[in-house]
Design a protein around this ligand. Structure first.
Ligand SMILES: Nc1ncnc2c1ncn2[C@@H]1O[C@H](COP(=O)(O)OP(=O)(O)OP(=O)(O)O)[C@@H](O)[C@H]1O
Length: 920
């Protein structure tokens, strides 16, 4: 952008210099006049020479004197010539060459070179040159009338007005046709579209360009239907303002500078008038088009049309069949217009352009065509733009930004929704670096569709933009909540920092903090309807969070992409227009229902592997139909991913993978490896919370009442995993000998687990008493005695593997009036924690815990993890609150009175894998 502006300033300055040096030269000649008057004999002549112009008098002295040999005349003429030379010296020396060099630089290829060098060759440029050549100029009054090229700025810069003056209409037509040929030949075919309205004739204008009509590159409007053409142009302006330019850009040019591609062709409207005024309403409409058109790529070339425009306009006035004056070269330069190429050459060139355009339109575009030549060149400051498919060979783009913050994608199973997402993600990831775009990808479908973005055994690459990938989460709706919660928190964080900079939006924040890293975030949730699958607390929370992110994400650069087989049944959407309305970009795959507006049936007629892309909330006039390339096949997205991966920052971390079908491995968890001895209030890891960071679920065991842990449930694997993880984490937080462990295996089935735990603790150097059913009563009696005597010398952890299995044994009293084993257990539970004695026990049902701890409130169990226990049985353990929990395989519910307001779902660890890892 800056470069363009500099270029423009340079061009304007050069032309200003040209005009002022010519004007100065002429002005100086006028001053001369005054001086000469004082010197009589010579003066008389000098005066008349000045009046006629020195060049003219030299050509024809008879204008001034009948005696050209008169010494006074000669002296006056010589003086005038010498002074003219002096005045023009700077221009003569530098002017023509300077302008020549400028035009060379600013009008490359077909914009400036003679037609034999380019006519017939099809252009490929994407960005417009600053100048377009019209002919050769000279300044006749200059002492050495050296020629220099004459050119005008056009596209995005200014309109052009041509007056035929004394010349015939043909001359104007040739001039316009030359310019059109230069324009059409410069760019990739299709980038320039021409509309012609000729008041004088129905056909016959620009016959050489006719081959372009069939391809739709040239539209000739009926002389009586100017309104129609003006309406077409106005429509384009309206559409561009409400579409492409909604994201805050004021022109297609600045948008293109940002996105690296021109999203709309230039439309050149040639109006050939006859000098008569247009009707008032046409005049007004034309003025509106002139005013707003340049920003939207609409360029007027008006010949003999009386109109006042208050936007940039250059003008050319024809003088005769060959010459003209142009506003860029000023009134003193005479422009000899370039000749037209021969007619057959013009037709041939037009046909070539039309053919290439048709071929482009017809060619089969693949995933590779979605990938730009240069990767990671776009900046996401104002939004994200990427092509997702093709219409008639040309890319169809999507935009995520202030104007269309979020996307809803619908399509029944097999319609290619996942494939569409792949194409879209690939196209975005190829354009924006990971510093400009971060991806959070979540798939509720069974299967592993997004897993390919994480490193795997066969393919170690990953998508560097991906921060988080969640697969097989259909049973873990909480993971969807976790993602929404994360987005909501990130949104708040961004808003707070923006506020510190006294701005409100990400775009402004980026301007204020140019060195900061502020990527846009795209969060994709495939089959998001699972989030709302049940009428429960998860759905309710999801609705609230979704509303928050959907409404406020826009200004913080956080974009949601929600995809679903069927959006019709999602109450959260239909019942909450406030959410739905934020999803302005709609993508409908064949047979998708309700993604588009109700009256918009486009998806029903869509052929296979096509999509309706609609940036206008699904209303019909926003439909763009795109053919979607295959992004699922081999050598498509996988190849791109490898390329992007190779470009990643050194040290970049792979995305976190949450795979609902796998359990986390304790030894791989940063929360585990960070545990250190000595710890005053050890952190006991029990499993993993379902959140974006993969945080461990942990309880602290300070020396205070109630800090015991109950694991409740009948499934051995789950319960022993929690106890094992707890023991291993405690082992890391005490130096050998600083703590005591008693591990009680009270159930045959769990004996091996208890032994494994004891061995792991011993391996870490700790003192462990491993006991069975026969030793439990004595061990409890000892522990209770220590507690009662308040003499516990060091922390002591009692790990009970199936505490309830010992109930009968513990209920025995050694003698009348003496406390039972159960009494000792209760003493340890109640009074132990404040002395550093903690019970971590597994009970096989909620009722059995109650039997152990006695009736009344269960204050002594400060934290618990429950597995196959129904929510209703758990409320006494959660301070009486209603616990809604339907047990599911390999998931537990965790509650810690000290930190939780309500229980949360956790995944137990896969301890066998941890063991293998340690062994390995
Ligand atoms: N544009 C396309 N061109 C060629 N093949 C495609 C295209 N889109 C999808 N396919 C193929 O069609 C099949 C189904 O596509 P995809 O998995 O994307 O559909 P879906 O709508 O996500 O279905 P589901 O929800 O059942 O997974 C895949 O085998 C994929 O390779």
């Amino acid at each position: 952008m800056r470069k363009r502006n500099e270029r423009r300033v340079r061009i304007e300055a050069a032309f200003d210099r040209l005009r002022t040096s010519i004007a100065a030269a002429l002005g100086a000649a006028e001053n001369e006049h005054a001086r000469v008057v004082a010197d009589r004999a010579e003066q008389e002549f000098a005066l008349r020479i000045a009046q006629h112009g020195v060049a003219a008098v030299r050509r024809d002295p008879a204008q001034v004197t009948e005696r050209p040999d008169d010494p006074a005349f000669r002296a006056a003429l010589n003086t005038a010539l010498r002074e003219r030379e002096e005045n023009y010296a700077e221009w003569t020396e530098r002017g023509p060459d300077g302008i020549g060099a400028l035009v060379d630089a600013e009008a490359p290829g077909s914009a400036g070179e003679p037609w034999p060098d380019w006519l017939g060759r099809v252009g490929s440029a994407q960005t417009p040159p600053g100048l377009w050549r019209i002919g050769t100029a000279t300044v006749p009054d200059a002492p050495a009338a050296r020629p220099f090229p004459a050119a005008v700025p056009l596209l995005d810069e200014s309109h052009l007005r041509i007056s035929t003056g004394g010349a015939s209409a043909d001359v104007a037509e040739t001039l316009v046709q030359n310019l059109l040929l230069r324009l059409l030949s410069h760019f990739q075919p299709g980038m320039v579209r021409v509309h012609v309205w000729d008041v004088a004739q129905l056909t016959g204008t620009f016959p050489g360009l006719y081959p372009l009509t069939g391809a739709g590159l040239l539209t000739v409007h009926d002389p009586t239907r100017l309104d129609e053409m003006l309406e077409v142009l106005s429509d384009h302006i309206r559409r561009i303002h409400t579409g492409s330019l909604l994201g805050g850009h004021t022109s297609l040019r600045s948008l293109a500078a940002e996105t690296g591609h021109r999203s709309e062709p230039w439309r050149i409207a040639v109006l050939l008038g006859n000098g008569e005024a247009l009707r008032e309403e046409q005049q007004q409409q034309l003025q509106r088009i002139a005013r707003n058109g340049l920003a939207c790529g609409i360029q007027l070339i008006a010949v003999d049309l009386t109109m006042t425009v208050n936007s940039a306009v250059e003008s050319i006035t024809l003088l005769d069949g060959e010459h003209a004056r142009a506003s860029t070269t000023g009134p003193d330069a005479l422009v000899r217009l370039d000749d037209a190429p021969p007619g057959p050459e013009i037709s041939k060139a037009s046909s070539a352009i039309a053919e290439v355009f048709e071929a482009r339109r017809a060619r089969v575009r693949t995933f590779a065509d979605l990938v730009p030549d240069r990767l990671w060149t776009q900046r996401s400051t104002a939004g994200l733009h990427a092509p997702v498919g093709f219409a008639e060979g040309e890319p169809v783009w999507i935009g995520l930004g202030d104007a269309s913050p979020h996307t809803l994608i619908g399509g029944p199973s097999g319609s290619g929704k996942t494939n569409f997402l792949y194409g879209m993600l690939g196209s975005l990831a190829a354009r924006y670096s990971p510093d400009e775009l971060e991806l959070y990808l979540l798939d509720f479908k069974e299967g592993v569709s997004f897993a390919q973005f994480t490193p795997g055994r066969r393919d170690p690459t990953w998508l560097p933009h991906a921060q988080l990938v969640g697969v097989n989460v259909n049973a873990d709706r909480e993971f969807g909540l976790a993602l929404l919660r994360f987005l909501s928190a990130e949104m708040r964080r961004r808003a707070d920092i923006a506020k510190e900079h006294e701005v409100t939006k990400l775009e402004e924040l980026r301007a204020e903090d140019p060195d900061g890293r502020w990527p846009r975030i795209v969060a994709v949730i495939d089959e998001f309807q699972y989030l709302f699958a049940e009428r429960d607390a998860v759905s309710a929370q999801a609705t609230t969070l979704l509303e928050d992110v959907a409404r406020r994400g826009r200004s913080q650069g956080i974009h949601l992409v929600l995809a679903s087989q069927d959006v019709s049944g999602i109450e959260a959407f239909w019942g909450k227009p406030a959410i739905f309305e934020q999803f302005i970009l709609r993508i409908a795959l064949p047979k998708a229902r309700r993604v588009l507006a109700e009256t918009n049936q486009a998806a029903l007629e869509l052929p296979r592997w096509h999509a309706v892309v609609n940036h206008e909330s699904g209303v019909k006039h926003g439909n763009e139909i795109a053919r979607v390339p295959d992004a699922t096949a081999r050598d498509t997205l996988d190849v791109l991913q490898r390329k992007l991966w190779e470009q990643r920052e050194p040290g970049a971390a792979p995305p976190r993978l949450f795979d609902g079908s796998h359990l986390p491995v304790l030894s791989e968890l940063a929360d585990f490896t960070a545990l250190r001895a000595p710890a005053r209030a050890p952190r006991v890891l029990l499993g993993q919370v379902i959140d974006v960071a993969g945080t461990a679920a942990a309880v602290r065991l300070p020396q205070s009442p109630g800090r015991n842990l109950a694991v409740i449930g009948s499934v051995r694997e789950d319960a022993t995993s929690v106890l094992g993880a707890a023991a291993l984490s405690l082992a890391r937080q005490h130096a050998p000998g600083d703590a005591e462990f008693t591990v009680a295996g009270l159930l045959d089935d769990a004996a091996a687990d208890a032994t494994a735990t004891a061995e792991a603790l011993r391996a870490a150097g700790h003192h462990v008493a491993l006991i069975g059913m026969d030793g439990i009563a004595a061990a409890l009696a000892d522990l209770a005695a220590t507690v009662r005597a308040r003499t516990a010398p060091r922390p002591h952890y009692l790990l009970l593997y199936a505490a309830d299995a010992a109930h009968t044994v513990l209920e025995d009293k050694p003698g009348p009036g003496q406390p039972s084993g159960m009494d000792h257990l209760r003493t340890a539970l109640k009074q132990g924690p404040e002395l550093g004695v903690h019970v971590l026990g597994w009970w096989r049902s909620a009722q059995r815990v109650k039997t152990s701890v006695g009736m009344g409130p269960v204050d002594d169990i400060g934290a618990w993890v429950a597995f196959d226990v129904h929510g209703s049985e758990l409320s006494p353990f959660a301070a009486g609150q209603v616990v809604s929990w339907s047990p599911r395989a390999r998931r537990g519910l965790f509650f810690d009175r000290a930190t939780h307001s309500r229980p949360e779902v956790i995944l137990p660890f896969d301890l066998a894998a941890a063991q293998e890892a340690t062994d390995g």
